[in-house]
Design a protein around this ligand. Structure first.
Ligand code: TXA
Ligand code: MG
Length: 352
């Protein structure tokens, strides 16, 4: 049985937090809201507890998990020999959606890192996450609270859809404000390398690095040698095949129009910006549209992304067609998730 406890996202009830913290300390699993997505937490010092995370998610043991701390000053509980540039970024962006890959401290169970000598660490800004980790009194290992390879969870209902009966407790603190995961940054030869684009934009990271007199971040392409074993090609995936369409808006709409006309009676899900949907009207009843919002509101699109994918997937359509946002700001993280969720990418060429 999985228990669900509601908490105020701004000022969670201390008694509820104490109960959840007790579950973590006893070696149990607690799903909790963070500002990015919901995490599935366990005591990062406890090897058996971390093993339960992998079992509940059916997560590949080669995919390392992020360790969450209550305060930036706790970083030495999880990591050692921290590069000066990492400390400077932590000071600038913690608490917040930045994850740093650092040399792993001895007490963190190696299972967290899938055997690597490094550990990914972050200090979440969400009041519920903060209160829980603080009350637990230990670093909390927490991947996103979804079945492995599937769409991430941004509400307690998403967590339950994937993990009910497999975990002890869900703290329901409402929807996660950012809606996409943290930005993962590693350090190579003293320089920052982005392993996963996320809620902290590349522009904000580059500006901070420039202020620190450091070179702009390299962005690592995914693949077997990416240094981040969990960055598998197909991830975040709905059950229905997702087709991602990218290119100039006019061409994308023409492609969609033709694709829908060719399948007039086939249930198809559409993950579109409002402007694209307006241009495709009228839609047939079996062509179901869920909005990402307006094209210029990338923060809104990030917030809606995973819920929208889950909503479309619930109807088990023959396919889900999604359009790629502009490659700037949060658009980078959204496009990354959609590409990795996609079974097929239709590339209609560059803008202009
Ligand atoms: O926003 C987030 O980061 C959320 C919330 C819950 O904090 N967590 C999250 O965890 O997205 P997860 O496990 O779904 O993704 C962790 C990512 C993976 O891409 C993994 O490869 C990378 O972090 N990672 C973890 N440890 C690493 C390490 N030691 N070296 C390189 N990459 C690592
Ligand atoms: Mg994940």
């Amino acid at each position: 049985m999985t228990e669900v406890l509601s908490v105020d996202p701004e000022s969670p009830d201390p008694a509820t937090i104490a109960r959840a913290a007790e579950v973590i300390r006893r070696g149990g699993l607690v799903a909790f809201p963070t500002e990015t997505v919901y995490g599935l937490g366990a005591n990062a010092f406890d090897d058996a507890a971390v093993g339960r995370i992998f079992a509940a998610k059916e997560r590949d043991p080669s995919d390392p998990v992020i360790v969450h701390l209550a305060e930036p000053a706790d970083v030495s509980l999880a990591a050692r020999a921290i590069p000066p540039l990492a400390l400077a970024l932590a000071e600038r962006f913690w608490p917040g959606p930045l994850t740093l890959v650092l040399p792993r401290a001895e007490r963190i169970t190696p299972r967290v890192s899938a055997g690597l000598s490094t550990v990914a660490v972050r200090v979440p800004a969400h009041p519920v996450a903060h209160a829980l980790i603080r009350a637990a009194g230990v670093p909390v290992a927490a991947p996103s609270a979804n079945r492995f390879g599937r769409t991430s969870a941004t509400t307690a209902a998403h967590v339950l859809a994937d993990l009910a009966g497999r975990i002890d407790l869900v703290l329901d603190g409402g929807p996660s404000p950012h809606g996409v995961e943290s930005t993962v940054v590693a350090f190579e030869n003293g320089e920052a390398v982005v392993l996963r684009p996320g809620a902290l934009t590349l522009e904000a990271l580059a500006a901070a690095l420039a202020e620190l007199g450091a070179p702009p971040p390299a962005v690592r392409r995914r693949g077997p040698s990416s240094g981040s074993p969990g960055l598998l090609e197909r991830h975040y995936a709905p059950r229905s095949p997702l087709v991602l369409v990218r290119g100039p808006a006019e061409r994308v709409r023409a492609w969609l129009r033709e694709a829908l006309d060719a399948r007039p009676d086939t249930p198809v899900g559409l993950l579109l910006f409002d402007e694209d949907a307006a241009a495709l009207q009228p839609l047939r009843p079996c062509h179901r549209f869920v909005s990402l919002g307006g094209r210029s509101d990338l923060a809104g699109a990030a917030r809606r992304l995973f819920a929208a994918l889950r909503e479309l997937d619930a109807d088990a359509p023959a396919a889900i067609y999604a359009v790629e946002p502009e490659q700037k700001g949060l658009g980078l993280a959204i496009a990354d998730r959609l590409r990795r969720a996609a079974e097929e990418v239709v590339d209609l060429g560059a803008d202009g």
